[in-house]
Design a protein around this ligand. Structure first.
Ligand code: ZN
Length: 390
């Protein structure tokens, strides 16, 4: 920071004011002054600029008490839109959100290809359609963020997506060359923990999000910021070794955590042992309800392995909130209690372990929230309304 740099301070103040308007949804100039400590003249000038830029709007709030009704400020939520995309194996999910984090529409399309050029073509066509659809508002479609189930480096190149066998793909540039929309690429575990913080746990500055759905990934928030590591690959915890002489892994090591805890692994074990060609989450729930011994045994083993990895992660990060995103644990009664019973080490310290309510939607929600944060150039966004998630 350069002391006395007026333009820089002006930018900081603008960012802080916007952040408070987003967080409070409706707030008066006087309340902003009280919360931020900025003087009223500064707020007045900045708000005038934001009104001019159509980023903020004024409303006179109705209330029953006698006296002057204050003019409230809120985000001009329909001035622009953001697009969150989850590029998953076999399907791509698209979600449009307005600038206040309200979901406007969601659409999932099935894909039966892993070929890069074919998926690229689908993404370009869809993004082009959304850009056209939202072109009439002031800022149009401001950004598309694509979550991928693989590693993404600091330049937003896809380093590796195992399920697609893609490596070193510049998906961002390949799309931006064809459509005039700002595109960003991010790992889905990072987007998921970002959504948890923005929508559910804004007070928690040290969070660990473990996604166990298809592969395994972790999103780490330390002091309120996403932790990405030197190259951008932090959180590849599926390849944490938990059994040194265990099964061989495609990564070249043996005994990696995901060989024991990825949900597809548990499904295939159950299908083989129960001799059933297909199993759904609901089937497993029903088998557990009648205490089927094989299902109970496989699930108990799964939970033991989950606990071993969590123990190691807790010792590494000492999180305040640890969020497990797992459809399989959701069908298991008292999963969290059982995990907590397994975490007996006196040095494993955390405040709370919870199962994610956001589930598979977490990544697109996080993508939209991150795009909004980028658009407003604010330090953080908080959308604390429960109804968004119902
Ligand atoms: Zn491995």
């Amino acid at each position: 920071m350069v002391i006395g740099d007026g333009a820089y301070i002006k930018k900081l103040n603008r960012s802080l004011i916007l952040q408070k308007i987003i967080e409070h949804e409706f707030i008066s100039r006087a309340e902003i002054a009280k919360i931020t400590g900025l003087n009223k003249a500064t707020i007045s000038v900045q708000v005038a600029d934001l009104l001019d830029a159509k980023l903020v709007q004024e409303t006179q709030q109705e209330h029953n008490t006698v006296g002057r009704r204050p003019i409230m400020l809120s985000i001009n939520e329909s001035a622009g839109y953001v697009l969150g995309i989850d590029l998953d194996f076999k399907e791509i999910k698209f979600q449009i959100s307005d600038l206040q984090g309200n979901i406007v529409e969601t659409n999932t399309i099935a894909i039966n290809t892993e070929v890069y050029e074919e998926i690229l073509y689908i993404l370009i066509e869809e993004i082009r359609d959304y850009k056209e659809k939202y072109s009439t508002c002031h800022y149009g479609l401001v950004q598309a963020i694509i979550g991928v189930h693989g590693t993404v480096n600091n330049d937003e190149w896809i380093q590796f997506i195992p399920r697609f066998h893609w490596s070193n793909k510049d998906l961002k540039s390949d799309i931006e060359r064809e459509v005039d929309v700002k595109v960003s690429i991010e790992n889905t575990a990072n987007l998921s923990i970002f959504a948890e913080r923005v929508y559910k746990y804004p007070e928690s500055d040290n969070m660990l999000g473990i996604v166990l759905i298809s592969g395994i990934g972790a999103g780490i928030i330390n002091d309120g910021k996403l932790v990405k590591g030197h190259d951008g690959y932090a959180g590849e915890i599926g390849h944490m070794i938990i059994s040194p002489f265990g099964q061989e892994c495609r990564c070249g090591n043996s005994g990696c955590w995901e060989l024991y805890t990825a949900e597809p692994v548990v499904f295939s074990q159950l299908m083989e042992r129960l001799d059933r060609p297909n199993l759904s989450y609901n089937d497993i729930k029903q088998l557990l309800a009648v205490s089927d011994p094989t299902t109970c045994e496989v699930m108990k083993t799964f939970i033991s392995y989950v606990s071993i990895g969590l123990n190691n992660m807790i010792n590494s990060y000492n999180p305040e909130t640890l969020i497990i995103n797992s459809e399989l644990l959701k069908v298991y009664p008292n999963a969290i209690e059982e995990i907590e019973e397994n975490l007996q080490s006196s040095v494993s310290v955390y405040q709370q372990i919870v199962l994610s309510d956001l589930g598979k939607d977490a990544s697109v929600l996080g993508a939209c929230a991150l795009a909004i944060q980028n658009f407003f150039q604010v330090e953080e966004v908080v959308f604390s309304r429960e109804e968004v998630l119902d």
